[in-house]
Design a binder for this molecule. Structure first.
Ligand SMILES: C[S@@+](CC[C@H](N)C(=O)[O-])C[C@H]1O[C@@H](n2cnc3c(N)ncnc32)[C@H](O)[C@@H]1O
Length: 221
């Protein structure tokens, strides 16, 4: 049965909230199939709703992790964290953001249990929850500011963390404002801004940088 695409007429009128069906989600992801199947390719959806596109991308990336690393639980764990850390979303409605984070974690956790079984580690699960809490942001993608529970802009800009594995187990987090990231990507006049990028950000403009074991990224709140 097709999933419900509308929560209320009011939300459609106020926020244009109409969820995309699975079939269209899959067809659109197929347009950039190779990127959806690259573990560390970065995706950002600036009106992510409850995560229809982000969930599909995560599922595809985890499928690749499983194919490549199912016989090595530690490698699967590390690369599945990297896959989770490469996916970003913004939505103006708090319930969508909470649903999206939960949904992403549930997908990740189910695969983690299936592949790593008794090797599953509680700290890693907390790390992934933390990554989703940073990557899926409640904000206004037009003003680039975070919003309060009523969808009104605050005076706090949206900040994204860029995650990178810099050694076998060390993960580097660099924080950038959304505004800065967009300035770097300014498209030519006739070109659309790409949602897919593997270009690392300019080293000069990050707000903060942290390096920890990937299982402990949550220690740098
Ligand atoms: C057409 S729905 C798409 C949802 C999801 N991407 C999907 O395809 O199922 C548009 C989404 O944009 C969100 N939205 C509307 N205005 C926004 C804004 N200024 N910034 C961020 N999100 C916004 C709505 O809350 C809604 O979830």
């Amino acid at each position: 049965m097709a999933k419900k695409q509308i929560k209320s007429k009011q939300r459609v009128a106020d926020y244009g909230e109409v969820y995309t069906n699975d079939r269209e989600v899959k067809a659109m992801c197929d347009l950039v199939k190779d990127e959806t199947e690259r573990i560390d390719s970065r995706f950002l959806e600036p009106a992510c709703g409850n995560g229809n596109f982000l969930a599909e991308i995560l599922t595809r990336k985890l499928g690749v992790c499983k194919r490549k690393y199912k016989r090595s639980p530690l490698d699967y764990e590390k690369y599945s964290v990297l896959a989770a850390s490469s996916i970003y979303g913004v939505d103006i409605l708090q319930d969508n953001v909470l649903d999206c984070r939960r949904r992403m974690f549930t997908i990740w956790d189910k695969q983690y249990k299936a592949v790593c079984k008794s090797m599953c580690n509680e700290q890693t699960k907390e790390a992934v929850k933390f990554i989703f809490s940073r990557n899926i942001v409640c904000g206004n993608a037009l003003t680039l500011m975070t919003v309060d529970e009523n969808g009104n802009d605050t005076d706090i800009p949206i900040v994204f963390s860029e995650w990178a594995l810099i050694t076998d187990s060390q993960m580097q987090r660099s924080d950038y404002t959304f505004e800065q990231l967009l300035k770097e990507q300014e498209p030519d006049k006739d070109e659309q801004l790409s949602l897919v990028s593997d270009t690392p950000s300019d080293e000069g403009i990050f707000l903060k940088k942290y390096i920890t074991h990937y299982r402990r990224v949550q220690k740098n709140g």
